[in-house]
Design a protein around this ligand. Structure first.
Ligand code: TXA
Ligand code: MG
Length: 322
């Protein structure tokens, strides 16, 4: 029975979830960004199950989720700048790639051979509760098959994994809807590896220094998972479209176009609302099995940078449409 995979947050649910983590099993849980596919980050076999369930390439490292900054410091070295950013943006949709500590106890699959680890303190009540009760680090990528659209509801997760996953803690719709902002701090300063709802400007304001954008090189991106093509729907995507062609589905922003298969990211042109709706509306239009999803222009300011980043990767999956 499908329903048996969904669990409402409760004492009993958390108890079972922690047992699963301790037994080396994987489960899905909500964060304020997207749903994660979690495992005990210190358990090699458990972490390997994540890679296998997602069909994730082994060279792509995972984010380690911890309950607070004190626990983050068990795994990474935090300089003054990292601490400052942590005290402003944690808990929240913010991930830092920092030098890994020696003898950290994490599974080798986490770092994929790098000398850094990505750490995040999520804010979502369910994620926080799980981390507190489990009392250890949880490795969690987004709970989707590798290269596909990230899940913002428990039902999205279920539709990716079906029988491969027997526990999804249902915490409702994810508030932010886009994955966390990722930065790396190194000798070159702060590099933005993945834009998200904590924007470049937000970080610069706190850091008191400029944040460099990560150049997407064709060779080896610093963030191995930030491949040019990602978030791929089955349909092709046509971006910056003001007037969709007949037969195309349309993802509008603000101004509504009278087409049959249209959804509006935000009728009032609110970027926060658009970000929260993006992945679920992409999924919904993709379900129509229409060949092309045309997408309205989204202003590339503030949160719009992150929205455009996801759209461009989604469009890159199947190549340009002339
Ligand atoms: O919002 C999020 O961040 C969600 C929730 C579940 O926390 N997680 C998530 O994880 O989006 P994932 O695995 O789908 O994306 C993490 C990204 C990948 O692109 C990965 O390559 C990159 O972070 N990453 C992880 N560790 C890294 C490291 N040490 N250096 C550079 N990039 C790293
Ligand atoms: Mg992902």
């Amino acid at each position: 029975m499908t329903d048996s995979r969904f669990y409402r947050p409760s004492k009993k649910t958390f108890k079972l979830a922690v047992k699963k983590l301790n037994d080396g099993d994987i489960l899905s849980f909500p964060t304020e960004t997207v749903y994660g596919l979690g495992a005990d980050a210190t358990n090699n076999t458990a972490v390997a199950k994540i890679f296998s369930a997602k069909n994730r390439p082994i060279f792509n490292p995972l984010i380690v989720h911890v309950s607070d900054t004190i626990n983050a410091k068990r795994y990474v070295i935090m300089n003054t700048l990292a601490q400052k950013l942590a005290s402003n943006f944690w808990p929240g949709p913010f991930t830092m790639v920092l030098p890994v500590k020696k003898n950290n106890g994490l599974s080798d699959f986490i770092t994929a051979g790098l000398d850094t680890v990505a750490v995040r303190v999520p804010k979502h009540k369910v994620a926080q509760e799980l981390l507190h009760i489990f009392d250890g680090p949880i490795a969690a990528p987004s709970a989707n098959k590798s290269g596909k659209i990230s899940p913002t509801t428990a039902a999205h997760v279920d539709s990716e994994f079906f029988d491969e996953l027997d526990m999804i803690i249902d915490g409702g719709v994810c508030e932010k809807g886009l994955e966390s902002t990722i930065i790396q701090i190194n000798e070159n300063g702060i590099i933005l590896l993945r834009p998200g709802s904590i924007t470049q400007e937000d970080i610069e304001k706190i850091a008191g220094q400029s944040v460099k954008m990560n150049e997407l090189q064709s060779g080896s991106p610093i963030s191995p998972g930030q491949l040019k093509s990602h978030y791929a729907p089955n349909a092709r995507m046509r971006l910056n479209v003001l007037t969709p062609k007949p037969g195309e589905a349309y993802l509008a922003f603000g101004h509504n176009i009278e087409t049959l298969n249209s959804l509006n990211l935000s009728p009032t042109r609110n970027l926060i609302e658009a970000a929260a709706n993006l992945f679920s509306m992409m999924r919904a239009l993709d379900h129509l099995k229409i060949e092309i999803i045309a997408v309205a222009p989204i202003p590339a300011v503030g949160l719009g940078v992150a929205i455009n980043d996801r759209l461009e990767r989604a469009a890159a999956a199947k190549g340009p449409i002339e």
